[in-house]
Design a protein around this ligand. Structure first.
Ligand code: SF4
Length: 305
């Protein structure tokens, strides 16, 4: 996008009296040279994939290629039907949908990397939950996705969306901030409110490391997607109730990037530190990869580069 940061985005949206979603689709038209309809249709295709990836794991048990994860989305679907949850139907639905996407991803199914495959469950889970719980039409959902894309583009431009570079705060944190902004926009909030929601998400996910067991995007990734969806919905509700972030969105993005750069390599997708480095994490890795992993990865390594 042809803007520097969130502050500029808000300024441009105010000057042109546009929502973030509308601003982003116009930017895309300018940059790509494509017509509005074509760009819109591409987003509809993404929405269709999101519909598929959120529902597959609910309707059937989807097991990952490694066997590390699977069947949890289906469990959540059954739990939802019992109507006895602690957090209520909206949250259970969002968690189940997020788990479904992660399971579909880990079983080599089709997902939308939004912004990455590791964090592919958060935005779709929130979108589908909002669609069902608030009876949102396709136009509203699509414009929400454009708003989320704008927020993601600002993060990628000014920091990183890669777990290998900035830890899970950069992947699941960014996905959650994108989703929170989309929810606020879809519920009629202003661009300023969308960025407050994104800022609140980051404040609650800063420092989250990337420590996947055996280097596979499965454990703890799937459950972080479930938590990320919940985080997005709660941040959106805080903002829609009138709560603001004392730290502006751009500062939270800067903080996330700074923290990412300070993170040791062992906690940035190397599958060495954090949960991956625990006794259980290493045993699971050995179970999956056998002797090969033992030889290639030194258990004593906890590199603090
Ligand atoms: S732990 Fe790492 S691989 Fe897993 S979702 Fe987070 S950033 Fe991605």
């Amino acid at each position: 996008m042809n803007i520097k940061n969130g502050e500029e985005l808000l300024k441009r949206c105010a000057e042109e009296n546009l929502s973030i979603g509308e601003f982003v689709i116009r930017q895309e038209m300018e940059e790509s040279g494509l017509g509005r309809e074509e760009i819109y249709e591409k987003m509809v295709e993404n929405l269709r994939v999101m519909e598929f990836s959120t529902s597959k794991g609910i309707n059937e048990k989807v097991i990952s290629v490694s066997g590390l994860i699977g069947g949890d989305a289906h469990r959540m679907g059954k739990y939802l039907k019992q109507g006895k949850s602690v957090t209520g139907g909206v949250m259970i639905k969002a968690m189940g949908y997020a788990l479904s996407c992660s399971e579909v991803n880990a079983s080599m199914g089709k997902i939308v990397a939004c912004p990455t495959a590791g964090a592919c469950g958060i935005l779709p889970a929130v979108m589908m939950t909002m669609k069902e719980e608030h009876d949102l039409d396709e136009e509203t959902l699509i414009m929400g996705l454009f708003a989320s894309a704008g927020i993601g583009a600002i993060i990628a431009q000014n920091a990183t969306i890669s777990g290998a570079e900035g830890g899970c705060q950069a992947e699941c944190g960014s996905a959650s901030a994108m989703a929170a902004g989309a929810v606020v926009e879809m519920m009629g909030g202003t661009p300023d409110m969308c960025l407050h929601a994104g800022a609140i998400v980051f404040k609650n996910t800063l420092g989250l490391v990337c420590d996947p067991i055996a280097g596979l995007v499965e454990v703890p990734c799937a459950k972080r997607n479930a938590a990320g969806a919940v985080s997005a919905l709660t941040a959106a509700d805080l903002v829609l109730a009138g709560v603001k972030s004392r730290i502006p969105f751009d500062d939270t993005v800067d903080a996330m990037y700074q923290i990412g750069k300070l993170m040791p390599e062992a906690l940035r997708e190397t599958g060495v530190g954090g949960l991956a480095g625990t006794k259980t994490g290493r045993a699971l890795r050995d179970e999956i990869f056998g002797e090969l992993a033992k030889n290639e990865m030194n258990d004593d390594t906890f590199d603090s580069k």
